[in-house]
Design a protein around this ligand. Sequence first.
Ligand code: PEP
Ligand code: MN
Length: 343
Amino acid sequence: MIVIMNPDATCREVKNVVDAIENVGMEAKIMEGSKQKIVGLIGDKSNINSLSLEALPGVDHTVPISKSYKLASREFHPQSSIVNIGGIKIGRGNFVIMAGPCAVESLEQLLESAKIAKAGGAQFLRGGAYKPRTSPYSFQGLKNEGLKYLAEARNQTGLKVITEVTEVEAVETISKYADMLQVGARNMQNFRLLKEVGQTNMPVLLKRGLSATLEEWLNAAEYIMKEGNNNVVLCERGIRTYETYTRNTLDMSAVAAIKHLSHLPIIVDPSHGTGKWRMVKPMSFAAVAAGADGLMIEMHPDPAKALSDGQQSLTPENYLEVTKGVYKIANFMKQEKLTITQL
Ligand code: PEP
Ligand code: MN
């Protein structure tokens, strides 16, 4: 349930509402609506009926929220959120590109990738140091050595660094090197990991699980936010369907649906979403037009020699061509005020 206060409600009246909620063992979260304050109730609903919140001074009305996730829901937070990563904003018209290799392979490979990523207008360098691989025999990542290379690439280019965290034990170390933590598709329902990243104040990119519904995905975001970390950005990266031509089926409708259901920013990863480098360009363009707040694109200085996901990685030339088009579409959307924030 959320409590909508009168636009002229006093601080004391808001505090009274918060006290009443806390007295029955629930948690109260105050949010700024466009005109008035909103107080959200979280926790055990069993005592909710004893609360006559609408009778309290300063309360305009209450709205029940039937969804299993609250903090991530649009009802709870009507305005689209902006996540700020060291000065780079994502959401509410702030568009970003995250680009780089699937995996950090060497310092040379990463620095080369970072230069190209930046030349194409990316704000973030991506690269996995801890790699979740389908086969245990595949390259598993350079781990801490890779983190050092990422930090070096950041020093040299000024790009923000995003890298995946695959296990609870690595959260602390990775947080020292990265600007944003990535929770990958395979870990979307690793609840211990979600809670752990929720207890940091690091921005988190939460990828959609391989077969997750939107509700499961938003509940995963809720796990992070419930711990106090609201800096969550969602990433649609395709889901498993009966189609085998593509690696995954990129669910572009998820962008529009998430904009309706949630206030969180959402970006699209057309590389994992299709598994085919040739499809990255059209799907990137489509994602921007669909209202995505950004893109995550795999690019490698020499995809044929990549230790992972070479088949879906763009060459530097193709990457530069794709991002040029992406920014044209993003600017057009902005100029024409076509930015899709809420349906
Ligand atoms: C990745 O970004 O390299 C990755 C492993 O992605 P996903 O979790 O979406 O498969
Ligand atoms: Mn990859």
